[in-house]
Design a protein around this ligand. Structure first.
Ligand SMILES: [Zn+2]
Length: 320
């Protein structure tokens, strides 16, 4: 694995506040798939899947699932599956180097295309994806819950299609919705697998980034997002009145791929708004080339503090 670039700002993000929960007690699952727990409602209804800890170092996701399971979450209707996405990578989490361990062999959020049917591909994450396929393929609504390297408001990542946009518009826990050309667009993400990526089909898959990987506040943020998602899918009652949040639907205008070394000029949170084009945000490469906002009225989404060669440092997006 290529070395990570750690700068002064990265070091501020190394504080792991969350004690990674022991998830081995959930290893058996309850329907034959390891680390997957499925619960039936009292009446027919949609099949809903929630995945967390798809990346091994996203320990908030494991804590969120643990809380839901320990509190005996029960769907009113339909069926709910809670899945620890990548337990092998999760077990390798090292709090002294928390930016490592996102996967064993390959990013599990990039293997949902031809990898699944390639018999010669036995990488750990491809095998785990195949193991989950019976549950994933049957889902009407899927929430792929992640966390991010920077702080900031939750952001949903999705491919625009009518059913998905309509669904996410009802999620008051998600102030930002991002779509557009993603990095490594040739490798299929879970949210675009099968029916989820087909604009003519109603199945909905949304990836949501619920705060910073290792901040304890991300657990409460993620739980709120899961409950919101389940309420929007009709599986649980919504607590409290629905609130209008002025959700911003953004389209990516630029994914910034800097040279090493790169540094931000300030600690920008995801969702930071820049009114003017040309605002300095970072310095890239040995010549310290200035990275500036590409257009007026743009937002910085998901600043990256632990970068590998070829990796992005952030995305700029505008209201669609
Ligand atoms: Zn992730």
């Amino acid at each position: 694995m290529a070395a990570y670039q750690i700068d002064e700002l990265s070091r501020d993000y190394l504080n792991v506040e969350i004690e990674p929960p022991d998830i081995t007690r959930f290893a058996a699952g309850n329907r034959g798939v390891p680390y997957a727990w499925t619960f039936d409602g009292l009446a027919p209804g949609p099949r809903v899947v929630v995945l967390g800890a798809m990346h091994g170092n996203e320990i908030a996701g494991a804590a969120i699932l643990e809380s839901l399971l320990d509190n005996g979450i029960q769907p009113l209707v339909g069926q709910l599956s809670l899945i620890f996405g990548n337990p092998a990578a999760y077990h390798a989490f090292d709090p002294s180097r928390p930016y490592l361990g996102r996967f064993i062999d390959v990013d599990i959020n990039r293997v949902w295309g031809r990898e699944l049917v390639d018999d010669t591909d036995d990488r750990a994450e491809v095998q785990r994806a195949r193991e989950l396929l019976p549950i994933i393929s049957a889902a009407d609504y899927l929430l792929d819950l992640h966390t991010m390297q920077g702080v900031g408001a939750p952001v949903a990542l999705l491919t625009r299609k009518p059913a998905t946009i309509e669904f996410v518009s009802g999620m008051q826990s998600v102030p930002f919705v991002l779509s557009g050309a993603m990095h490594q667009a040739d490798r299929v993400r879970l949210r675009d697998y099968g029916r989820f990526g087909d604009p003519t089909r109603p199945a909905v898959a949304i990836q949501v980034e619920a705060g910073q990987h290792w901040q304890s506040s991300s657990i409460a943020t993620g739980l709120k997002i899961v409950r919101d998602f389940l309420a929007c899918a009709g599986l649980i009652d919504r607590k409290g009145p629905r609130q209008a949040i002025g959700q911003k639907k953004l389209t990516i205008v630029e994914t910034v791929l800097p040279e090493a070394p790169f540094s931000f000029v300030a600690d920008f949170a995801s969702g930071t708004y820049f009114p003017e084009r040309g605002t300095l945000v970072g310095l890239s490469g040995p010549d310290r080339t200035e990275i500036r906002t590409p257009v007026d009225n743009c937002y910085m989404i998901m600043p990256v503090h632990f970068r590998q060669a070829g990796g992005s440092c952030c995305r700029f997006a505008v209201e669609a």
